[in-house]
Ligand binder design. Structure first.
Ligand code: NZQ
Ligand code: ZN
Length: 389
């Protein structure tokens, strides 16, 4: 491992079937004005809302709500939430939902006391907050993004056709605590479950496919990928399998809580392509990644051949005997493709609503990253998008 880094992750996690009880341990640490943030209503249907409200009331909190946070939360919704939080003189933000709700809560946290436009400041200029931020806690209901233990926040601006993620540098933007109960994820529709699973897997790939040095982070990544593959196959057949859902939830957190990026450059090009597709289609995040992944990885494979060979052998158990490096690497990607199809992921951006006319605009909206095995040109981005149709 050749990189220099610092590591600190201050998010306290409570994991398991009884984990919501620990909300009683955490809430007394914060002021009485709480803003509860949630999505389109799944938590009302599955009873999580009632349980959370009871604990908030038992702890004497004065609760305001921001409801209806949509998947891929928008900048307009952010402005609306900031007003509610300001009026309530918020001391603490409790996010109850998936990555969209957690990301949105962080965006509100850094914006309540900000006297500039938060979209311009955080998502266009990528500045850090200079104002006081509001502490965030999270009760997670969907496994995928890792937002429960990182400082990332993705907001979509439809009029600018931009979907932008800011990973804040300051650890205090990470949730102060997150409650992870795998049972809560059991009511997810199959489509969201598998989209979340692919999101987890791709987060690991984004950090794994970079660098040439022998790096502990890559060994951790391989183990995580093996766990995701194994658990996903079980959960895909039997979504009620608690052990599999539990492993998926825990892998999601470790896939993107900064650990496996340590000491490395990282790629993130699949996410840049996927986010640009998302800006045009509002499609489910994990599906946008799935639909561009094979054309992208097939294209960059020759530039990172030894890592793709290692991926084939260590993650997919490909037998390298008597085969060229390229054959082994290709076999690894074929195994990944077969697994993606077995889960039922969307494999084409045209199936997410992308039309030929959108390709140039999507290419313009794609940020080009420099940490992977190949820095793409705009023409190469267009080519990969066309191959993803
Ligand atoms: O809104 P509700 O009614 O709650 O329904 C949600 C939503 O429709 C539903 N859902 C969540 N938990 C459920 C449930 N339905 C039934 N039972 C449950 N227990 O699932 C749908 C999707 O939820 P969402 O939060 O949008 O999904 P996800 O967790 O995948 O989050 C996606 C967002 O996170 C961003 C994405 O770009 C996207 O905006 N990301 C955030 C990252 C980060 N913070 O580091 C990294 C990721 O790469 C990603 O970009
Ligand atoms: Zn992702």
């Amino acid at each position: 491992m050749l990189g220099n880094f610092s590591y600190c992750n201050p998010t306290k996690l409570y994991f398991g079937e009884d984990s919501l009880n620990y909300l009683n341990t955490e809430l007394p640490k914060y002021g009485e004005n709480v803003v509860l943030i949630y999505g389109g209503g799944s938590i009302k249907k599955n009873g999580i809302y009632d349980d959370v409200i009871k604990i908030l009331k038992d702890n004497g909190k004065n609760v305001a709500e921001i409801s209806g946070v949509m998947p891929n939360p928008t900048v307009e919704k952010l402005y609306e939430g900031i007003e509610i939080a300001r009026k309530h003189n918020v001391d603490f933000i409790l996010a109850v939902g998936g990555g969209s709700v957690c990301d949105y809560a962080k965006a509100v946290s850094v914006s309540v006391n900000c006297d500039e436009d938060p979209w311009d400041k955080y998502y266009v200029r990528f500045e850090e907050p200079v104002c006081e931020t509001i502490p965030v806690g999270c009760v997670l209901t969907m496994a995928g993004t890792g937002s429960e233990m990182n400082a990332g926040s993705v907001i979509t601006n439809h009029s600018a056709k931009m979907k932008v993620g800011h990973v804040f540098a300051d650890e205090k933007i990470m949730p102060r605590f997150s409650i992870l109960n795998p049972k809560y994820t059991m009511t997810l529709p199959h489509y969201q479950m598998i989209a979340g699973i692919y999101d987890i897997f791709n987060h690991i790939c984004e950090q794994y496919f970079s660098g040439e040095d022998d790096n502990t982070s890559d060994y951790i990544s391989e183990a995580l990928m093996r766990s995701v593959i194994s658990a996903s196959r079980i959960a895909n057949k039997n979504p009620e399998d608690y052990e599999a859902r539990s492993n998926i939830m825990w892998s999601a957190t470790w896939a993107l809580n900064t650990l496996v990026a340590k000491g490395k450059t990282t790629d993130w090009m699949v996410h840049m392509l996927g986010q640009a597709v998302g800006a045009y289609t509002d499609a489910t995040h994990g599906m946008t990644l799935a639909a561009v992944s094979l054309p992208y990885y097939s294209y960059i494979m020759p530039y990172g051949l030894s890592k793709f060979k290692r991926f084939a052998i260590n993650v997919w158990d490909v037998n390298p005997e008597g085969k060229s490096d390229e054959e082994v690497a290709k076999e690894g990607l074929k195994c990944m493709e077969d697994w993606m199809k077995e889960l039922g992921l969307v494999m084409k951006i045209s199936d997410l609503g992308v039309t030929d006319e959108m390709i140039e605009g999507i290419a313009d909206a794609t940020l080009i990253m420099t940490g992977g095995y190949k820095v793409l040109s705009r023409d190469e981005v267009v080519d990969i998008l066309k191959k993803s149709m």
